[in-house]
Design a protein around this ligand. Structure first.
Ligand SMILES: Cc1cc2nc3c(=O)[nH]c(=O)nc-3n(C[C@H](O)[C@H](O)[C@H](O)COP(=O)(O)OP(=O)(O)OC[C@H]3O[C@@H](n4cnc5c(N)ncnc54)[C@H](O)[C@@H]3O)c2cc1C
Length: 489
């Protein structure tokens, strides 16, 4: 029986573990934190259960397909419900609710811009097409050979991908109303560049948000991690927690073991690094074995980091729903500041998740679980004073919107930012979501899943193909497992 060590227990690590174990590989996952799940860990305090990372459950077909591979259904693993409204966007003096029923969304569009309901249908049909081809490509493109790009589907559909058209321009072909434009731009905000620099292909995200719907696993997003951990355990995967991999030991151009915190050496036939790529290359292997130099990483465009507040509120909060996007400032200025100028934004846009509106188990009775997230550039100064400055701005806006005091009802508060991402996940410059999905960092142009010099060292996760987000991380784990099973005997 071949042995594999997987470094890190995020979605990509758990996914590759499950596929390898299913094929008879003896897998051990080594995780530096005490909790499994990586960026999707859960923080429990005073009766509150906060999802620390992901909260938007989009692209539900990818989760379904994942569990189907193991003869399971999503609903046998966790209780998934569709949110209605899926989310709301709050502007200066108005707001838009996006409902589960697409016809309602069309009516909302029509109210704001005459003729836009027909245009929305056209936009979404086109986005659906891009989604289907794009997802198929993601599954079949480990990014190791140019020939992967010669797939029939890709060649025949190259023009419909609109790789050279900017997403903003694409939206403008259909809509003029600034709120509709912002609404359609928001789903790509976390992909690491302004809509102006993002290929129109990424309208596939809007398809998921507006047409497929927004879902929620009761108990929190971490229920998906729990299900993956159970699946892996059932398949015989061993978990070692609270142990950092310090070194990947290489002999005759093969990774034959890893050294962990307590100096124990664990032998293996393969290593799959699902921890942040830059950390693995910089800290775990000698310079001569690296795929990429320090300059390479310094020159990449990254998706944002985040300033996050986990708040336990000892009263119910008015007007909020599960997902609330405060887009009352100019999105163009905001994206310019965080992606081009790489500074703390002057006028923040932020997101408030209040899962206790849906799920009474994530907060004590009569209280509210609130997660606030503001995207920021990676690698900028992160101090307690800066965090507090933005807390004051955001909480004031929240109080104004909700129409009552919130700050003095906060009974639990934890902030999380760049320094925490670095410390907890060995994240390069505190990135939260990996590399930006710009054209020059897509598919074969992403960091490779193979190490060019060590034949049994592989990489998975949000910094390699297909990219950031939970569904892509699940796919990434499958891609690397398939590649190993196909290419190594
Ligand atoms: C705040 C936030 C909000 C997000 N929201 C969403 C969302 O709503 N929807 C969505 O789809 N996606 C979202 N994402 C993105 C998504 O969570 C990630 O893309 C995904 O979880 C990444 O998984 P991964 O396996 O690549 O990496 P990770 O989850 O980071 O896993 C890597 C693991 O490696 C471990 N590790 C690092 N170094 C070592 C070492 N030397 N030894 C041992 N272990 C090590 C780390 O501790 C970590 O557990 C969000 C991310 C963040 C941070």
């Amino acid at each position: 029986m071949k042995k594999a060590i997987i470094i890190g227990s995020g979605f990509s690590g758990l996914s590759s573990a499950a596929f390898l174990a299913k094929s008879g590989v003896k897998v051990t996952i080594i995780e530096k934190n005490s909790q499994l799940g990586g960026r999707a860990r859960m923080l429990k305090h005073m009766g509150y259960s906060f999802d620390m990372g992901p909260s938007w459950y989009w692209m539900p077909d990818i989760f379904n397909d994942f569990f189907k591979e193991f003869n399971l259904s999503v609903n046998s693993c966790y209780n998934l419900i569709e949110l209605d409204p899926g989310f709301k966007m709050i502007f200066d003096s108005s707001e838009i609710d996006i409902h589960a029923n697409f016809d309602k969304t069309c009516k909302t569009f029509e109210r704001l811009e005459k003729g836009s309901s027909t245009k929305l249908k056209e936009f979404i049909n086109d986005a659906n097409y891009k989604y289907n081809i794009g997802i198929k490509f993601m599954y079949n493109a480990p990014g190791v050979s140019f020939f992967e790009l010669l797939q029939k589907d890709i060649l025949l559909n190259l023009t419909s991908f609109e790789l050279l058209t900017s997403y903003r321009k694409h939206i403008r072909k259909y809509f003029n109303h600034p709120h509709l434009v912002t609404l359609l731009e928001f789903p790509v905000l976390f992909l690491g560049a302004s809509a102006e620099k993002m290929p129109a292909l990424y309208s596939l995200m809007a398809y998921s948000a507006l047409k497929q719907g927004t879902f929620y696993p009761m108990g929190g997003f971490n229920k998906v991690i729990e299900s993956l951990v159970k699946l892996c355990s059932d398949l015989g995967v061993t978990f070692i927690t609270d142990q950092t991999v310090r070194k990947i030991n290489i002999e005759n151009k093969k990774a034959n073991s890893v050294t962990i915190n307590n100096n124990e050496i664990i032998k293996t036939d393969f290593v799959i690094a699902s921890a942040d790529y830059a950390h693995v290359e910089k800290d775990l292997i000698d310079k001569k074995y690296r795929n990429y130099s320090k300059e390479y990483w310094d020159n990449r465009s990254f998706s944002p980091s985040s300033l996050i507040f986990y708040l336990g509120i000892n009263t119910k909060v008015k007007k909020l729903i599960h997902h609330n996007l405060f887009f009352d400032e100019d999105i163009k200025e905001f994206t310019k500041e965080i992606y081009d100028h790489k500074i703390w934004p002057k006028k923040p846009l932020f997101y408030v998740c209040c899962p206790s509106k849906t799920d009474e188990d994530v907060a004590p009775q009569g209280k509210e679980n609130i997660f606030i997230l503001m995207p920021i550039p990676i690698g900028i100064e992160d101090t307690e004073q800066i965090r507090e400055k933005y807390y004051s701005i955001i909480i004031k806006k929240l109080e104004e919107y909700c129409g009552h005091k919130i700050d003095d009802r906060v009974e639990y508060k934890k902030s999380y930012c760049i320094k925490d991402f670095e410390k907890d996940y060995n994240s390069y410059k505190g990135n939260a979501y990996g590399l930006a999905n710009t054209l020059s960092q897509t598919a074969n142009l992403k960091p490779k899943i193979i190490n060019r010099k060590i034949s049994n060292l592989f990489y998975t996760g949000q910094l390699t193909v297909p990219g950031p987000g939970v569904p892509p991380s699940l796919i990434s784990g499958k891609i690397v497992a398939d590649y190993i099973l196909k290419t190594t005997k």
